[in-house]
Design a protein around this ligand. Structure first.
Ligand SMILES: [Mg+2]
Length: 236
């Protein structure tokens, strides 16, 4: 019997990718400099200007697209820096606990599939996830609510029986509320941003009224264990 769905955000909620993404972007800028015979600074400016045009759209998160645009190999900078990926304390434990309580763990991310697959493989937690919904799959950012709608439909679960857990008020909380989900705001993700995005992470600081707030991942366990958090399961 399914107790409910949990839509877990990835960056800033289950993982700290700031060092990894920083290194990947640096590597791409170096490759651009080499290929176009530019100074490192010129290459950085070129890459940043390119990214700025994609701000506020899901392709901003698509490293494969960025690599294609500059005629680079997307995989090499990712693989070379995977050792910088860090799971946040408690990630494995909360995913395991959620499963044992009868929830399905759905990873809902603005990342694209090829990149998140590499990272999950490295992190060794793929077997704890029942589904992965990416921005290239739904062709939208999480702020649109599409990730949630697609997951609810796929698993035939009503919104009232699902939870969104995330660190971004716009991407993870307001969007989920609009679809009718319960929400858990991960306060601790506030400072874990992408190195090239501080100017667009202002929505991190937007005030939001979630159903629950957690200051560490482990704080979610009693919330998940509560009998009343979601209505009783409606199907086997
Ligand atoms: Mg996040």
């Amino acid at each position: 019997m399914i107790k409910g769905l949990i839509f877990w955000d990835w960056t800033g909620t289950l993982a700290d990718e700031s060092a990894l993404d920083h290194a990947v972007c640096q590597a791409m800028e170096e490759a651009i400099a080499h290929q176009k015979q530019l100074s490192r600074q010129e290459a950085t400016q070129l890459f940043q200007a390119y990214l700025r045009q994609l701000e506020g759209t899901w392709p901003w998160h698509d490293y494969l697209l960025h690599a294609r645009h500059f005629n680079l190999d997307w995989r090499q900078p990712q693989e070379k820096n995977l050792h910088l990926l860090r799971l946040l304390p408690g990630t494995e434990e909360v995913l395991r606990k959620a499963k044992s309580l009868g929830y399905l763990n759905i990873l809902a991310t603005n990342a694209v599939r090829a990149v998140i697959e590499l990272r999950l493989q490295k992190a060794g937690i793929k077997d704890l996830l029942d589904d992965i919904i990416t921005s290239d799959q739904v062709e939208a950012l999480k702020s649109s609510g599409r990730h949630f709608l697609v997951g609810l439909q796929k698993w035939s679960v009503p919104p009232a029986q699902a939870l969104s857990v995330g660190d971004n008020p716009i991407q993870d909380i307001l969007s989920a509320q609009q679809v009718g989900l319960k929400t858990v705001y991960a306060v601790f993700g506030e400072n874990l941003t992408h190195y090239h995005s501080p100017h667009i992470s202002a929505n991190h600081r937007q005030r939001v009224q979630a159903d629950f707030q957690i200051h560490s991942l482990l704080e979610i366990i009693p919330i998940l264990a509560s009998e009343n958090i979601l209505k009783e399961a409606v199907h086997e």
